[in-house]
Design a protein around this ligand. Structure first.
Ligand SMILES: O=C(O)CCC(=O)C(=O)O
Length: 267
């Protein structure tokens, strides 16, 4: 098993890249204080897309979706200059923020995430240059269910079929992988404050958290605004222009480039 790719220049070929020590201890402490509030305020049940349909399930901290659309601190984090520098290094200077999701796996209880591609879940998003920042809010390793990727599986941008896992996991669906593919998986072990970016077509997933430590991460999804368009009538949250030019649909996006005020109405 080879080590993780840490060269932005190799992102296109590998389908992911790891950036170490992007946020410092104080910054991560502040994000974790916001996460405590999200978990404290979780409702009893949540509607999640699972097994191919929207379902109401008992609330769990793996399903804290789109906090940036309602809370200023999360939206501000999504345009943190050092995070956007990493995104720009792999997706270019024109960037839209399209989604976000906190996935917090409780100690000894965190759900696995079966092998999947992201793009097949996002029908409102057209284009291939879409990447997810996976920001570690805790130290993440194999024991607490760090994310793993199967490098290069995005090549040619295939749309792989999904089948039911029949298990209690985050998505309820999986792409079937061969033992050879599984053997090639790279665990993205990292310290809190580091992040990886993965292509929306590359296969990735994670094991359950069997350790006595939490494993929380904040995933922020970005796209190249010149080559990717989002149908804002179909999309479930606003799309934010965070850097550069917005392309053909710029007028439909919320302008959140440096210096712009956050939208009103956020908590
Ligand atoms: O956090 C995980 O374990 C999985 C994350 C994931 O599937 C994603 O960010 O698309």
């Amino acid at each position: 098993m080879s080590g993780p790719n840490t060269s932005a220049a190799d992102y296109q070929a590998a389908g992911y890249c790891l950036f170490r020590d992007v946020l410092d201890v104080e910054e991560i402490r502040a994000v974790n204080a916001e996460l405590d509030v999200l978990v404290r305020d979780m409702p009893e049940t949540m509607v999640v897309y699972k097994d191919g349909v929207n379902q109401e399930v008992p609330a769990r901290p793996e399903y804290l979706t789109e906090p940036h659309a309602g809370k200023a601190a999360w939206l501000e984090l999504c345009r943190h200059p050092r995070i956007l520098d990493a995104v720009e290094a792999v997706l270019g200077p024109d960037l839209i923020l399209i989604m976000s999701h906190v996935i917090s796996k409780r100690p000894g209880d965190g759900l696995p995430v079966a092998w999947h591609q992201d793009n097949t879940y996002w029908h409102s998003v057209q284009g291939t240059e879409v990447g997810t920042v996976w920001l570690a809010l805790d130290d993440a390793d194999l024991a607490n269910g760090c994310m793993q990727v199967i490098p290069c599986t995005h090549e040619g941008y295939p749309e792989m079929d999904k089948v039911s896992t029949g298990k209690n996991d985050l998505l309820g669906l999986t792409v079937e992988v061969t033992p050879d593919m599984e053997e090639a998986a790279v665990p993205l072990e990292m310290k809190a404050g580091s992040l990886s970016i993965h292509d929306s077509y590359v296969l990735h997933g994670s094991d359950p958290n069997t350790s006595d430590r939490r494993r929380a991460a904040y995933t922020m999804r970005y796209a190249n605004a010149r080559t990717v368009t989002v149908d804002t009538r179909e999309h479930w949250v606003p799309v934010y222009l965070v850097r550069g030019e917005g392309g053909a649909r710029e007028s439909e996006y919320v302008d959140l480039r440096p210096g712009r005020a956050l939208p009103g109405g956020l908590a």
